[in-house]
Design a protein around this ligand. Structure first.
Ligand SMILES: [Mn+2]
Length: 365
């Protein structure tokens, strides 16, 4: 993080009279002596900027402390670790305590240490509200993640005729993200050709691409801990008339839904109007005869917040406010026809409307 996250603590507002205790994530055991790649608890990361296992933070009105994990010399040799000076530089905290000193301070404050990644409920709400409104440097990180993702999409689209399997497309994104020095994927990439696109969380990406048809690609890079989340459905060879008309219906619905987004619009109204637009889209391709058809052919949410978490809360706000970032991702999935289309962009709520952060990437089939 380029900005000291100590400012993020101030954004929690109204909680400064009570001490805040946060415990970061630990490594998750995988198998044998291996662990999964480390992912820090999002609120801990937001407040401290520390992305190392087993750290804790104690913020009192007077002083901000980090608690350093105890490490044996052997563990240090294998896993490295952050020094106290580095941790202070990243977090802007006043002091780094040993685990023993941390326990003593908690005792003095009369606080029991929460379990890993547990936040007291009142703080949870404050975090969600603060994180929902993105700061300029956070929007910059999102723009960077989106720029790299868009460029990889454009490259892949140009080169589609070269690829024969879904995994070759996945590999191109892996290469593109790492080649720019970014950490990699925000989430497991989905490269789903033909009927695979009807399985919403398909991520095996092992099948051969059809000669003629479509491929749905849902990927996002991560930059400075902020995530892109973008989906396009592209033509392979010449798609059928049916595939083309369903794609067109989703494309139109997505434009119409994005046009609803501006400050002051109630989230409930946005949801209701987006549903209406999707019903209209389904009707236009003869997929809406009865009420059940809506959830049958469009079984997921149209939007979610986006930030440090790929699926982030909009902070409990009841209406759009400038600085919110959300996805808009309508889709139509017809298992009986083996067709699945989704188009997803990342949208920033501005002071007078919205900006599609991923707009440079064409939505065309
Ligand atoms: Mn999404």
């Amino acid at each position: 993080m380029t900005h000291l996250p100590v400012h993020n603590y101030e954004r929690l507002g109204g909680l400064k009279d009570a001490p805040l205790v946060l415990v970061g994530n630990s490594l998750q055991p995988r198998r044998g002596d291996m662990s999964f790649p480390f992912v820090q608890e999002a609120n801990f990361l937001y407040i401290t900027g520390i992305s190392e296992p087993d750290w804790a933070a104690i913020y009192t009105p007077a002083r901000r402390y980090l608690v350093m994990p105890e490490r044996t010399e052997i563990e240090r040799i294998f896993d490295g670790g952050l020094s106290a000076a580095e941790a202070i530089k990243i977090s802007g905290c006043d002091e780094v305590l040993s685990a023993k000193e941390g326990a003593k301070l908690l005792k003095e404050l009369g606080i029991e240490l929460p379990h890993s990644s547990e936040v007291v409920e009142e703080y949870r709400v404050a975090f969600a509200r603060a994180r929902a409104i993105k700061q300029p440097h956070e929007i910059e990180a999102l723009r960077e993640a989106i720029r790299v993702t868009n460029e990889a999409f454009e490259d892949v689209k140009r080169r589609l005729p070269e690829f024969s399997h879904e995994y070759e497309i996945e590999a191109e994104f892996n290469r593109a993200f790492r080649a720019t020095g970014l950490q990699g994927h925000a989430y497991d990439p989905i490269v789903a050709s033909g009927k695979n696109a009807c399985t919403l969380h398909y991520c095996q990406n092992n099948d051969a691409l059809p000669k003629n048809g479509t491929v749905l690609i849902d990927v996002g890079a991560q930059a400075s801990y902020f995530n892109a989340d973008i989906t396009r459905t592209y033509a392979i060879g010449s798609p059928s008339t049916r595939e083309r008309e369903i794609h067109k219906a989703v494309e139109k619905a997505q434009k119409d839904i994005i046009a609803l987004i501006r400050p002051g619009v109630k989230l409930r109204e946005y949801g209701e109007q987006a549903d209406e637009i999707m019903k209209q889209a389904l009707r236009s391709v003869n997929l809406y005869d009865k009420a059940d058809d809506f959830r049958k052919y469009f079984p997921h949410a149209v939007s979610h917040g986006l930030g440090i978490d790929v699926h982030e809360s909009l902070g409990g706000y009841t209406e759009f406010a400038p600085g919110m970032v959300l996805t808009v991702e309508p889709g139509i999935y017809v298992p009986e026809e083996g067709i699945g289309v989704r188009i997803e962009d990342d949208v920033l709520v501005t002071t007078d409307g919205n900006e599609v952060l991923s707009a440079s990437l064409a939505t065309a089939l």
